[in-house]
Write a protein that binds this ligand. Structure first.
Ligand code: NIG
Ligand code: FE
Length: 406
């Protein structure tokens, strides 16, 4: 069978992580040659292809990999934003029955078909902002039926879209009202019914737990995640978002793939994560959107040798943004990361946090042709020019999926 070939020519600067040299690489005046969606050459004057795209001297980078999102919800929660602006805290709103539980009520009501439409629409928005691979969590169902519905919807959308979606089961996101007086019974339901059903259907790759005082305590999280491990699910965790509850230490103990949030993690937690090779996923848009100032100690993680990735945490309560460029801006301004670190954190390191760095997260021979042609000239213009969309074209597996040119 004939190979379908595509050439991206006239690239002013190509910026990518180089996984052989372990550093960022900037190539001037480059071309990329693609066969059947895979990069086969990067260089100069690479010969003709069936299709050619002229980058017009612009910046080209890999597509973003967003390794922590909650896109499977029904309704937005702007009234909570108004309450927070008026002085209520995220925790107060949650304790009054709002927050995650309000999303649970509407998620349980919406039909599968309607939910597919909403999630697919959100995925199209991610693509427009340059995200070509995304981790996506359930967690607004909190019953076997509605958690399975959420994960099924992610799998349906994945089949129909040019976007890599990695589904994560987050039944341990909150305690549903019907189990509020018997929390152990809900943990038992997760371990004995939800995880086995999800594993049997093969609809999630990871299991996550919101490990935080008042939500799932360390012992609850350990029980759930050990069960998930026995069913061959990978492990991700929400830890130390509002207080240091020992979540990072548990993530290290369990050899989790990632521990996320980490705004209050102790030095011991950081050290243990480094020893166990747990990726730190930092979510500065959440700290920003909650109006807080205690950003995660990114430099400490980097100095300890932890793989640091960045994500949007897109969700209707604590981070209503889908923009990885905006996350880069926040990482530079408030996490003390330099532009290169922020870029690697949103591309290669985030691909590593999903065990996908052999396929996505960098532009190298043998990897998927997932890339962004920008209306920009240089890497530092991405976080610098914030608040709009500076993308011209998004290519996923060699196909043009977004085109704002003309
Ligand atoms: O990662 N903190 C837990 N989960 C989300 C918030 C979910 C919501 O408010 O709907 C987070 O910030
Ligand atoms: Fe989250």
């Amino acid at each position: 069978m004939e190979l379908r070939t595509l050439k991206i020519k006239n690239i002013g600067e190509l910026v990518t992580y180089n996984s052989h040299l372990f550093r960022l690489e900037r190539v001037s005046d480059a071309e990329i040659y693609i066969e059947d969606g895979i990069i086969v050459a990067i260089g100069e004057e690479l010969g003709s292809a069936d299709h050619e795209i002229d980058a017009g001297g612009a910046l080209v980078t890999p597509g973003f990999v967003d390794p922590h999102t909650h896109p499977v919800f029904s309704e937005t929660r702007e009234y909570e934003f108004e309450m927070r602006v008026a002085g209520k805290s995220y925790r107060e709103i949650a304790e009054a029955g709002g927050g995650i539980l309000s999303s649970v009520r509407s998620l349980r009501e919406i039909s599968e078909d309607e939910l597919v439409k909403k999630v697919a629409q959100r995925m199209r928005e991610f693509l427009k902002l340059g995200t070509t691979t995304i981790e996506a969590k359930s967690g607004y169902g909190l019953s076997t039926k509605s958690e399975l519905k959420s994960l099924k919807v992610l799998n349906i959308v994945r089949e129909s879209m040019q976007l890599d979606i990695v589904p994560t089961f987050l039944g341990a996101h909150a305690f549903p009202v019907e189990y509020e007086t018997d929390r152990n019974a809900y943990i038992k339901l997760i371990c004995e019914e939800m995880i086995p059903a999800i594993s049997e259907q093969g609809i999630a790759q990871f299991c996550d737990v919101f490990c935080e005082k008042g939500w799932f305590e360390v012992d609850d999280a350990r029980r759930i995640l050990n069960t998930a491990k026995n069913y061959n699910l990978g492990i991700r965790m929400h830890v130390d978002e509002f207080a240091d509850s020992g979540g990072a230490i548990l993530a290290a103990e369990l050899n989790a793939t990632s521990a996320d949030h980490l705004m209050h993690t102790s030095d011991e937690g950081i050290h243990n994560m480094a020893e166990s090779g747990v990726t730190a996923i930092l979510l500065p848009a959440t700290t920003f959107f909650l109006g807080e100032s205690n950003y995660a100690p990114a430099r400490k993680f980097i100095d300890e040798g932890v793989n640091v990735a960045l994500a949007t945490d897109f969700n209707p309560g604590s981070s209503m943004t889908q923009s990885m460029p905006f996350v880069m801006t926040l990482a530079c301004l408030y996490l003390g990361m330099n532009v290169e670190e922020a870029f690697i954190g949103t591309t290669y390191n985030s691909a590593r946090s999903l065990n996908m760095e052999d396929k996505v997260g960098s532009l190298e021979v043998g990897k998927q042709a997932d890339l962004i042609i920008w209306n920009l000239k240089s890497l530092s213009q991405i976080p610098y020019w914030f608040g709009g969309n500076n993308i011209r074209c998004v290519i996923k597996c060699g196909e043009r999926v977004v085109d704002f040119s003309d």
